[in-house]
Design a protein around this ligand. Structure first.
Ligand code: PEP
Ligand code: MG
Length: 757
């Protein structure tokens, strides 16, 4: 029977002795598995080591047939062992055969055994193998037994990482996972970035597992915990001071939950217990942190799962107290690429953008905040590369290709050479676009097209000059709010808007009223949990219900304009009556400012975005009311196609360059013409040359796009005769659906007429 009080300590003591003895690697491994089996009261203990080719190979066993060693192999994801390696969590089964993933390996003789407990072997987050115990009886192992096996797995991981098992590997197989790795995910921002890896979440490597004196370790822990608590308290006080008077109670609530974790007795007590079993304070912290991870990842409560980030951060702080700063060695003076599991927009701005060349982020979608900021920085971004972080090491060479969505870690020579060519090719293209900067964006038959920028951050402003854009067609004011940790004050908002208007000089700027909600969540402002946030309490709906915030933003814009022209547009209008409601609030604010004797803008133009399909059936009413309208193609398409814009499974399913969507866009042009209401279109669609060709064809004359698209679209505009394009596109739209697609027709048309795409 597993002794609950002395079991873990005795096991750790025995393992420590086995590690210290002058044994050969196989002998040592055999001794270790035997000791684990004995301590756990199990008939079998086996170690599967993960090879570089992602195969888990049996390296040592007590209880299974000896001839199975090095013969039994499972791919990651295959069988129970492979499942544990993929999920990174234990499997604890009373009867292994009943599990759907069970894969029978006849050479092992495992049919004699029923219960199965397997835990992942990890070191500093890297998956290195799986440790398993089995018994002849059907039983579920209790929590303390699971923890004891996890501790043993830590010790074994240390052995694997130290290279002790290298000599045991069969000829032709490699354990070392430091070879080249190429993976393809999704394209998030175009461009090619080459540099050294900088891991966003630094990997903490615990050097000393076994503590010599438990009391010394307990004292080290107590001191570190005191310091972490004090720093969390300090952070909380600072935030309360800073946000006083603002509606940020929810932000404080988040921080309070953080403090609750820091003071959680259970968390610290479990670390103390691990120390008393013989671990150092840092090894104990790592062990408990791994346990918390697997426990919270299993939880179906999304709130608890989210709190994992808080707990991870607290563990990192504690580790920093115990073993010193493990901060990022942001390669000074060298080009670098950030590799992260997840990342916030503000965190990206903490890096030195002079040398930042790219970003690889395992969990992100095209409209994630961090991606929007990365685009503004002009760096290449690739996402959804599971397991990439675990294989990367600080200082490794990496290439991130935002044009085809691939990333190459420690690339082989041929890959490197190929990229040298591609970078040269891109540089030539850039030079061609630069040469167009001061030339008009006019078609060969003399029609001027307004090519405008989508912007939202200070660093975007330089792009006005750099690209030669005619103005800013979409200024996403929420970005300032997204990168702040609290609500920007009136004066801060005003200063920011003023700097935008100043930088634009004579060029027009269209500010969009705060568009929060959907995927743009501000924890301190908009904390509600919604089942369908894209269809939820967002943008203008939120502004109407919280008019104080809207009024503050209007005041800031009025002051910033300081007698100049002000253009504002409203996001996510669903009914024209909402437009009226917001206009009334704005008019009231303007009158109030006038009463106080403040200088008003020379002219105020209030526009509406068209992002919700219901507006397509109120076009005449809308055109009469609004000073201008602006199509938000990202949202309008997502709602028309009922297709979540952030969902990568759907990203290629429906095509905006198709008859239904383009016909709807053409109706908007016709309505705008009927009422002589100025019209523009913003969103990612206008930045794709082929789509821009279609938009020009159906009558759009002002299109707003990401900065990197201005050059290619200007080249396209200058090469085409608009009359022919209009005729071709309109005729194509009138054809019945089911024949040649618009994409095929336009690609052929561009080929025949020498239009660069
Ligand atoms: C849009 O929806 O097309 C748009 C421009 O707004 P955003 O992408 O910021 O939602
Ligand atoms: Mg939108």
């Amino acid at each position: 029977m597993f002794d609950q009080t002395t079991g873990p300590r005795v096991l750790l003591k025995n393992l420590r002795e086995a590690m210290a003895e002058p044994l050969g690697p196989q002998e040592r491994l055999d001794r270790i598995v035997q000791q684990i089996a004995a301590a756990m009261d199990a008939q079998v203990c086996s170690v599967y080591v993960r090879r570089a080719d992602d195969v888990l190979e049996l390296f040592g066993t007590y209880g299974l047939k000896a001839e199975a060693v090095h013969q039994s192999q499972l791919r990651v994801g295959q069988g129970l062992v492979g499942t544990i390696a993929t999920a990174g969590r234990p499997l604890n089964l009373a009867d292994a055969e009943k599990h759907p993933a069970f894969a029978y390996l006849p050479e092992t003789g495992e049919e004699l055994y029923k219960s199965f407990l397997g835990v992942p072997m990890k070191r500093a987050g890297r998956p290195l193998g799986v440790l398993v115990v089995q018994t002849t009886e059907t039983k579920v192992f209790d929590e303390l037994e699971v923890e004891a096996l996890e501790t043993a797995a830590m010790v074994l991981s240390d052995l694997v990482a130290s290279g002790d098992f290298k000599g045991l590997a069969q000829q032709g197989t490699q354990l070392d996972q430091s070879g080249p790795l190429s993976q393809t995910g999704i394209r998030l921002a175009s461009g090619i970035g080459v540099g050294e890896v900088v891991l966003h979440e630094p990997r903490v490597v615990v050097e000393h597992l076994f503590g010599d004196d438990a009391q010394v370790e307990q004292n080290r822990l107590a001191k570190a915990v005191r310091n972490v608590r004090a720093s969390v308290d300090e952070m909380l006080t600072r935030n309360i001071d800073r946000t006083e008077g603002n509606s940020t109670d929810d932000h404080i609530e988040v921080l309070e939950s953080y403090r609750m974790f820091a003071n959680d007795r259970g968390w610290v007590r479990r670390i103390e217990e691990a120390i008393s079993q013989g671990l150092t304070a840092e090894a104990a912290t790592e062990k408990v942190s791994q346990e918390n991870r697997s426990r919270l990842l299993r939880s179906s409560d999304p709130y608890l799962r989210e709190r994992l980030t808080d707990l991870d951060d607290l563990s990192r702080r504690l580790m920093k107290e115990l073993i010193g700063d493990t901060g990022n060695p942001a390669a000074e003076g060298k080009n670098f690429v950030i590799v992260a599991r997840t990342m916030g927009a503000a965190e990206l701005l903490d890096y030195d953008s002079d040398y930042l060349r790219g970003l690889i982020v395992e969990e992100a979608a095209a409209t994630s905040h961090v991606v929007i900021v990365a685009r503004a920085l002009g760096i290449a971004v690739v996402g959804q590369l599971p397991g990439f972080v675990a294989r990367a090491e600080n200082g490794d060479r990496v290439i991130v290709d935002g044009d085809d969505g691939s990333a190459h870690l420690r690339p082989a020579d041929e890959v490197n050479e190929n990229y040298v060519e591609r970078v040269k090719f891109r540089a030539k293209r850039e030079a061609r676009f630069d040469a167009l900067r001061d030339l008009p964006a006019a078609t060969t038959d003399g029609v001027n097209i307004d090519l405008l920028l989508n912007a939202g951050l200070t660093m975007d402003l330089a792009q006005l000059e750099h690209t030669g854009a005619a103005g800013i067609g979409l200024f996403r004011t929420e970005l300032q709010f997204m990168i702040a940790s609290r609500l920007p004050r009136l004066a801060e908002q005003k200063e920011f808007y003023k700097s935008v208007i100043d930088a634009a000089g004579d060029k027009p700027v269209t500010f969009r009223i705060l568009d929060v909600g959907g995927d743009k969540v501000l924890p301190y402002l908009h904390p509600v949990k919604e089942d369908n946030p894209a269809l939820g309490w967002r943008a203008i709906r939120f502004a109407i219900d919280r008019p104080g915030l809207l009024r503050m933003q209007i005041r800031a814009l009025l002051k910033a304009a300081d007698g100049r022209r002000l253009k504002i547009k409203l996001p996510m209008i669903t009914a024209v009556t909402e437009f009226d409601q917001v206009k009334a609030i704005i008019d009231k604010e303007v009158k109030a400012q006038a009463r106080f004797g403040h200088t008003l803008p020379s002219e105020i133009l209030l526009g509406s975005m068209i992002e919700v399909p219901s507006l397509l059936f109120q076009l005449d009413e809308l055109m009469q009311r609004a000073d201008f309208v602006s199509v938000g193609s990202n949202d309008l398409f997502q709602f028309m196609a009922a297709s979540d814009r952030t969902n990568s499974y759907l990203s290629n399913r429906y095509n905006p360059l198709s008859r239904p969507f383009l016909r709807a866009l053409r109706e908007i042009v016709r309505a705008a013409d009927r009422h002589s209401t100025p019209l523009q279109l913003c969103g990612e669609l206008a930045g794709d040359p082929l789509s821009a060709l279609a938009l020009l064809g159906i009558g759009y004359r002002a299109i707003s796009m990401p900065p990197a698209s201005i050059g290619p679209v200007k080249e396209l505009v200058r090469s085409l005769e608009l009359a022919t394009v209009s005729q071709t596109v309109n005729a194509a739209l009138d054809e019945p659906i089911g024949g040649r697609t618009i994409t095929e027709m336009l690609t052929d048309f561009a080929d025949q007429h020498g239009i660069p795409l």
